[in-house]
Design a protein around this ligand. Structure first.
Ligand SMILES: [Zn+2]
Ligand SMILES: [Zn+2]
Length: 359
């Protein structure tokens, strides 16, 4: 974020937070009326180190994670997904504090090593949404592998030109040559190419670039035995579909399979009912909400603030948090910015461009 914008945001947040105007705004826009659901992705030991090869906006360091959790625990009543649902369904009395729950998307292995020990020590409930086809495998999510490959082949040590020997590589250079960084290149490729073209590009890079085993290991998913240990210790496990499917783009039968088969697999492996779904990439519409309900889920969470009037429990808004979501211009944790963010002060109507009404 440009320095001036960050300065305005930091100063504005401090003033609004000091006068408690952020909470008033939150009352007005609905952010304080329903329980708060926050969403994290990867929790890593060192943000700077990990952000070289993994999308920064999916990362938070254990240090910043603890600061955000402590602030959340002070300002909210942190509960489980089940307790949030009890409140939403009118079966739980409102307490003094607004309810909040912590969720994690994608089921990265670092939840087990880095996030869970902190949550356990602090006695905070959590919910992890996993991609069932990836659990226990060495396969990575497409966007993660793409970003990793791009970060390696766009790094100063491996200039693209050096590997551009054949026609196919020249094409790759043409595609990403004008992009300033791996993030822009990944966004460009993911938004302009079909899934099979993206996989072809990844394979092209995989053949030409050396990837260390450590990089691959860090981006892996949890295993079934880790998930069993976590669920025995009270972590709620939910589905993030079988293959991280962007559901609104799927034809009906395939969409139903992604929803039902992932739930069934989790129930078989973990021996407990699976009630919750997180739409991959937050993509949903009325058709997917209806299919999620038909597949036996009790609720589904999104990644934006839009909801469904017909099926509100199948479009529960969440707030995305990461390393720099609540920092001031010195990159320090800012409680004022966190409060403003969670109360929807920085929420603009165009934050989400999806059309969720299609049925
Ligand atoms: Zn995801
Ligand atoms: Zn939306």
């Amino acid at each position: 974020m440009p320095a001036l914008r960050k300065l305005i945001k930091t100063t504005g947040a401090s003033v609004l937070n000091c006068l408690a105007i952020d909470k008033l705004i939150g009352m007005g826009n609905g952010a304080r009326r329903a329980p708060l659901i926050v969403c994290y992705h990867r929790v890593v030991r060192d943000f700077v180190d990990s952000s070289v090869h993994s999308m920064p906006s999916l990362l938070i360091s254990t240090e910043m994670f603890e600061k955000q959790l402590d602030w959340l625990a002070e300002n909210y009543d942190l509960v489980s997904m089940d307790e949030v649902m009890q409140a939403l369904n009118g079966n739980r009395k409102a307490g003094k504090k607004q309810l909040a729950t912590i969720t994690f998307d994608d089921g990265y292995v670092d939840f087990y090593w880095n996030a869970f020990p902190i949550l356990k020590r602090k006695g905070i409930a959590s919910c992890v949404f996993v991609v069932t086809n990836l659990v226990g495998t060495e396969n990575l999510q497409t966007h993660d592998e793409l970003y990793l490959m791009l970060s390696l082949c766009m790094s100063p040590e491996t200039p693209l030109a050096r590997i551009a020997a054949d026609t196919q590589t020249k094409r790759l250079v043409q595609i990403i040559g004008k992009q300033p960084d791996p993030y822009s290149a990944a966004r460009h490729i993911l938004s302009s190419f079909s899934n099979s073209e993206v996989i072809q590009l990844i394979e092209l890079m995989r053949d030409r670039i050396h990837v260390s085993a450590q990089h691959l290991k860090e981006l892996r998913s949890l295993s079934w035995s880790m998930l069993r240990t976590l669920s025995v210790q009270g972590v709620t496990i939910g589905s993030h579909t079988q293959s991280h499917a962007l559901l609104p783009r799927y034809e009906q039968t395939l969409m139903e399979k992604e929803l039902a088969a992932s739930r069934r697999r989790l129930e078989l492996e973990l021996g407990m009912p699976i009630k919750y779904l997180a739409y991959p990439d937050g993509q949903f519409d009325e058709r997917t909400a209806q299919a999620a309900e038909a597949a036996g889920y009790a609720a589904a969470v999104t990644t934006c603030q839009h909801t469904s009037t017909k099926r509100p429990n199948f479009a529960l808004p969440r707030r995305l948090l990461w390393e720099k979501s609540c920092t001031n211009r010195r990159d320090e944790f800012s409680p004022a910015i966190m409060s403003c963010l969670l109360n929807g002060v920085f929420q603009y109507p165009d934050n989400c461009a999806q059309d969720h009404s299609v049925s």
